[in-house]
Design a protein around this ligand. Sequence first.
Ligand code: SF4
Length: 500
Amino acid sequence: MAVPRALAEPILRRKALERGVPFPNSRRRRVAMVYPSPYRAGMSSLGFQWVSTILSERGFSVERVFLPDDVEAWRKARQVPVSEESLTPLTDFPIWCVSLAYELELVGLIELLRLSGIPPLRRDRRDRDPQILLGGPLTFSNPLPAAPFCDGMILGEADDVIGDAVEAFFEDGDLSALAKLPGGYLPEEHGEVLPPIARADDALLPARSRIWTPETELHDMFLIEGERGCHRTCTFCVMRRDSKPETGGAKGGMRLVTPERLMELVPKDAPRVGLVGAAISDHPQLVPLLQALLDAGKGIGISSLRGDRVALKPDIPRLLRLGGYSTLTVASDAASQRLRRTLAKGTTDAQLIACAEAAREHKYRLLKVYMMLGVPDEQDDDLEELIAFTRKLAAIHAVVLGVAPFVPKRNTPLDGAPFAGISVVDKRLDRLRAGLKGCRAEVRPASARWAWVEFQLAQAGWEGGEACLRVTEAGGAFSDWKREYGKEGFPAPWRQEATV
Ligand code: SF4
């Protein structure tokens, strides 16, 4: 059945704007690479593009499928989601490889299954339904709520496992071979006990994208990994050095890619290059790399910057600005220097002041500071310190505070810490906004309600996933989440009040 024009046109339009190396496709060994968020987000995911490339180079016919921008329009038209490459319906692919970046994307996967007429729960599916193989960043912390919806998972770094897993699927007709592969998790076999995560061979690095497009946040940017992992020890972070691989955390340390290797891999016709890595600003050769990119005439983006690096290496903000980077973005992560110390974050007030001075000197549009509210032991005094300190930053340069409520994750030292509570976070946000009135500082908060949902999913097991299905079927409003997850003792042992 032809895809209705109104639904197909946006896909054809964005396809025409893509540059780079298209995925060749045929009717043999077809694999749907599924991203359970819309195209703009999916095409900004380096891991999604990289795994698609690995499978394509292994000889599979890879086609990308994203969650439609307007799910209701597709539901109304009774149209199964289709691939970018050939408008093939998802139901025609025998295997879906799904990348989950964070907890709430589980809703997107459930929607894709429902739009395709496939029973969302594995136990309800029929032989003719596709096999669902999950992977992605969420597998480093807690992928258990996604287990009822998939046939298998690859936990951790899938680079040198995914090809063998899909190969075995085409030989065996199922994913049972995962049991013998690093990071392979079969819900039917393993139950709620997760095996250790996989670690890719360093020789496979760096991950890189093959398609760039103006239709993403990272406008026309070729993404490449300058390093993988982190050598630091922030207690809230899954990427920290001493996360335990046997319990699912990221493996230790940074794995560096040399500037020479990176420059070899950057396509000549890519207008902009985005350097990716949890600790990319700790790369000891970042300055020569930035200079080499500028000399090659490239615009530059960077996935994260540590405030201490910006302060210690003034060439970093200078060269990034020359490469067109316009918002100097760093993380302070906690409201006060005391709390940053307890989180092992280490960034100091003096370093953040140096960031504001660099933003002013190099005429950045804004200084953006990411931080969390509601971290353990946060007191009113910490909030007052944040207000006073932000006013100091704003006296130097215009500031945006990107504020996210703290959500503890599994496989971190703060696993098991409570969520502060929706009303507590909202009150602190109100105080913060009031305290910053009249200065050049804007607060851009993430929703405390959705952070509460994320918290529940971050701590839940399989039953949390089944509740997520009921929520999605009920419409997915916050009241639906509150009804399901607010029940006594469910699903997290640290259930917190959900009052708004
Ligand atoms: S928050 Fe950043 S610096 Fe800290 S451990 Fe995580 S990736 Fe490393």
